[in-house]
Design a protein around this ligand. Sequence first.
Ligand SMILES: [Zn+2]
Length: 456
Amino acid sequence: MKITFLGAAGCVTGSKTLLQFGKTKLLIDCGLFQGFKHLRELNWAPPDFAPRSLSAVVLTHAHIDHSGYVPVMSARGFKGEVFCTPGTEALCRILWPDAAHLQEEDARYANAKGISRHAPALPLYDTRDAQKALTRLRDVAPGKAFIVGSGQDRVTCTFIRNGHLLGSAMLLVEAGGARLVFSGDMGRPVDVLMRAPEKLPECDYLFLESTYGNRLHSTTDVTEELAMVISETALAKGAVLIPTFAVGRAQALLHLIMELKAQHQIPDIPVFLDSPMAREATEAYVKFSREHRLTKAQLRAITEGTHIIGNQAESMNLAKLRGPHIILSASGMATGGRVLHHLARMAPNAKNTILFAGYQAGGTRGAKLVAGDAWVRIHGVDVPVKARVEQIDGLSSHADWQEMCAWLKASKVPAPQQVFLMHGEPDAADAMRLHLKDELGWDASVPMLGQKIDIS
Ligand SMILES: [Zn+2]
């Protein structure tokens, strides 16, 4: 069996691992490279194999860095099936058209400004490519085995819930007597939305993520921080703007806000969700209510307690609001989306609070605001930042290294023959390697991008 590391090796994006077993060629995750330019350029490179030659693609979850390259594969001739859980399928239907739309916008912008090296600049894929790729999705419930390939070359796959996102799962692959587990992004033992990951099954080869290999999550109480920021802003007669990721994070925040209201820890001020994608994602969480921790009553509290904003005109109308209120809008790092016009309007008022609810990548507006910049440039205009800017940590959906080691220990499995650490910056992956040695006595290695290995 051959494994080729085509992404998320030495970095945290572009997850793609090719497994070849006889004539069967399986691509595990099919993600876009994001972030730094040298990584994003890899999205444009021809794939290391003919897309047509793949037997199937299997997705561990819907995040774009794990699923967003499927439309490229499909546009380049891949005609096979893309297996995923029902929850992942629902989220891909929301995320891929949005990713296509963003790329079309970027290409239009580059053409208008004449800043592309290519004339005309083209999107990596367009909405039609995304729609075509969606027809390849085949959902399989977690725990139910499915087969790729045939005869002696057949490979049996099973999804096992891993608590990272709606529909997320690790993947158990059985082929020729060997058992391989691909962890995907691992969730945490305690999460606002998701149940704890199921146990790791016994395996010969483990491909483990290591995003938080050298970091621990903060132990401060997110709910308390949120209550304090909202209450203080409301008392000052200001409004709270929460830039948020539309899928997962927005639903977690809405749930926490509704709980705080029910417990009278914050005043009963109106809450607006202004993101079409977050609205659709919320509907997916309602539909797949058995796939997460929220009860029917808690979901109802979210849908009944939130004013859902529809079109752009309604979004602009929020400017007329008077008195304390909360607006949640995407994107989470204020790099684009409807949150920008709220930010331009709300940042100059000292009574307001801009509350970031997650990690802010370097270079984004979010990172600059959190660092205390006095001005923020939005749609070509410099806007003064007088509002209070806060950041809450602790809503991450990745296990940190301690949580990961505790989960591995609790799984009570013998040491795999080999452990490969994926999906980590080099320092994080190497730190995770040392933690696995110290905590479990397991040896692990960190593969390089493009590396091929032969196993069993
Ligand atoms: Zn993820």
